[in-house]
Write a protein that binds this ligand. Structure first.
Ligand SMILES: C[S@@+](CC[C@H](N)C(=O)[O-])C[C@H]1O[C@@H](n2cnc3c(N)ncnc32)[C@H](O)[C@@H]1O
Length: 257
């Protein structure tokens, strides 16, 4: 297996920053932030906070009367998130696993995870932990892609082979986006709503940056999902034609009864 839960390198942080700074990233993140229903004084957990992409926005809404706790599995991410929020003393960032959160029961009013559950070994453990650490009446907003939903205008066979590679080799839980409501209910959380975002990218270079298209395609060739000639033909078609790609991101809004 070739999953992406390896220790991230600085290039991976740059990749996360590119998405967070793009129109697409800002669009869905705004929607997810609004669904979290924040106000001054609340305690908010950001599970898999990465380099701290969303911590300042959360901190601004709860103000210095509240508290933000970022948790990430990797020390490199935690160091970066701490450096970026050093000027916000009501933000703390800890190393920890989403499947075994380093927090007591009923410790937070709000929790969020943005493209994290797709990577964990046991998604059910993440939802059990969210239920445990949320206070009764607390709310969680979970954003996950459905990696099998990527559509790219062009050769459909190459698109299918690419998606198969991503789903079978790149991501542990490639279809977790569509499963969010079910997983949450099974853990005893209430599903308020599940929203879907399907951003459209019409520029090849932007898609390459945000989806790592060329690099992933080269890996798919290495693993035998399509041959080199077919991959080259597809890339030429995508670069020279009128490009369009889209993929679904699900946003689940949950409460703890
Ligand atoms: C796609 S990144 C998203 C980062 C951030 N939420 C954002 O929106 O920019 C996924 C993050 O989840 C973290 N992660 C992966 N598995 C995890 C786990 N079991 N527990 C906590 N964090 C985890 C990774 O280190 C990475 O920072």
């Amino acid at each position: 297996m070739l999953y992406t839960t390896r220790e991230p390198d600085p290039a991976h942080i740059g990749f996360l920053d590119d998405l967070a700074g793009s129109d697409i990233g800002q669009g869905y993140k705004r929607r997810a932030l609004a669904a979290l229903d924040l106000r001054p004084g609340l305690t908010v957990l950001d599970v898999g906070c990465g380099p701290g992409s969303d911590l300042p926005a959360l901190a601004e809404q709860v103000t210095d009367r509240g508290r933000i706790v970022g948790v990430d599995l990797w020390e490199g991410m935690v160091d970066e998130a701490r450096a970026r929020t050093a000027h916000l003393p009501w933000v703390e960032v800890q190393v920890g696993d989403a499947q075994q959160l380093p927090l007591p029961d009923a410790a937070v009013d709000r929790a969020r995870a943005d493209r994290v559950v797709q990577h964990v070994a046991e998604p059910t453990a993440v939802f059990a932990e969210l239920r445990r650490v949320l206070r009764p009446g607390g709310r969680a907003v979970i954003v996950e892609p459905d990696r099998d939903s990527l559509v790219i205008d062009g050769n459909p066979a190459a698109n299918l082979a690419y998606n198969r590679f991503v789903c079978e080799r790149r991501v542990r839980n490639p279809r977790v986006g569509r499963e969010l409501g079910r997983l949450a209910e099974d853990a005893g959380l209430r599903v308020e709503t599940v929203l879907a975002d399907a951003p459209v990218i019409r520029d090849f270079d932007a898609a390459d940056r945000l989806l790592n298209l060329r690099r992933t395609l080269r890996r798919a060739v290495r693993y035998g999902y399509l041959d080199e000639a077919a991959a080259d033909r597809w890339l030429t078609e995508l670069r020279t034609g009128r490009f369009l790609a889209s993929s679904i991101l699900f946003i689940a809004v949950l409460t703890r009864p």
